[in-house]
Design a protein around this ligand. Sequence first.
Ligand code: ARG
Length: 467
Amino acid sequence: MAQLWGGRFTKETDDLVYRFNASITFDRKLFEQDIEGSIAHCVMLEKQGILTCEEKDAIVKGLAGIRQDVLEGRLAITEQYEDIHSFVEAVLTERIGDAGKKLHTGRSRNDQVALDMKLYIRGQVLESAACVGNLMETLLSLMEKNLDTYMPGFTHLQKAQPTTLAHHLGAYFEMFKRDVSRLEDIYRRMNYSPLGAGAFAGTTYPLDRYYTASLLGFEGPTLNSMDSVSDRDYIIEYLGALATIMMHLSRFCEEIIIWNSNEYRFVEIDDAFSTGSSIMPQKKNPDIAELVRGKTGRVYGALMAILTTMKGLPLAYNKDMQEDKEVTFDAARTVKDSLTLFEGMLSTMKFRTEVMEESAMKGFTNATDAADYLVGKGVPFRDAHGIIGELVLYCLEKNTGIDRLTLEELKAISPVFEADIYDAVSLKTCVEKRLTVGAPGRQAMEEVLRLEREFLAKAWYKENSLR
Ligand code: ARG
């Protein structure tokens, strides 16, 4: 057991207590952030005259060596240390001697761990946004190819009005666009450095917190040292953003599972993204879509866990906060994998456009347009609604569609119908006449596609300015 705080203790820590308390098994993930933060702290200590130039050089070189050795597998982060901070300091002191013991001057593990987590989350926010962006690129190219692919749109999972595949996919594009901008908000709001807050009350050493903040790419230092060590809002916000991404993915998965079902057959998931059954030879199951939908639960769970952990904590640091790590690491990984796999599934999926079109034709999705046709001929809308209702009933009995009735049959229900009804209720007309901004008509969609393309081209995660 290697601890940083044996001095005032007369007994060895109980083994179970030690293990319950230790965080090395998971905070080892933060070793690069810990070293990056320590280098900035030490460079600042020298600038402020707290360390000599030789001490600083030895520490920086030692820390860089530890990073290199861990990355290249020559140095193992073992459970003999309590946490990642103890590991780095112990190995440093072993390697460079007394100078290593000076690294922690003017610092506490409280501001150290707050910094490590901020650096880690900041990187993850950027990576998550890029992963969502990657999926959006795929969506956009599918949209560009399917402006004239007609399909039924649904409400209550009942066929409602015709739309296009581009329009349907475009709804998800908008959701992911909000996800990307939500992550940008989080990045900007969280990007202040807690380093130098000490245990919670700052320190008597003349630290330059503006300097360390700028060395580490932060906007500036946080402004209250109590809040600095006890703020985990950015983790909660990040988990909230991840939970929302999963909610979007899960809805999309649900639709793909329905579309891929034997009844719908709108899509066929590629063999590489499907699995078979151990007993039913004919089966090809949409497991990836189901798993992404299923994993939504654990990401929501992470958000609930941290919200609950933070609730009721008095200021400032409390050990409860150590619980912020495992679930957050897991959620970040889960969302990244889900986005990557989902993108792969989507880009290899076969869209059965003829089946979609046939389904739109058969489901009375043109009933609203048929009513609008009558309105165009002077029939009040409420009456037109009633007439088309009768027509639908008639079609249901005859197992046919409005556009397949003869003019005589139509006229028997309302004399207002003329030969131009057929063009008025064709799928193409129904969709193409919908030209309000955001509607599926080709012209309206083309303008939207231009804006969506522009959003991706200028997406914040591609800029260097925030890094
Ligand atoms: N492992 C701790 C955590 O993750 C580091 C901070 C420990 N600070 C303390 N005062 N015990 O929160």
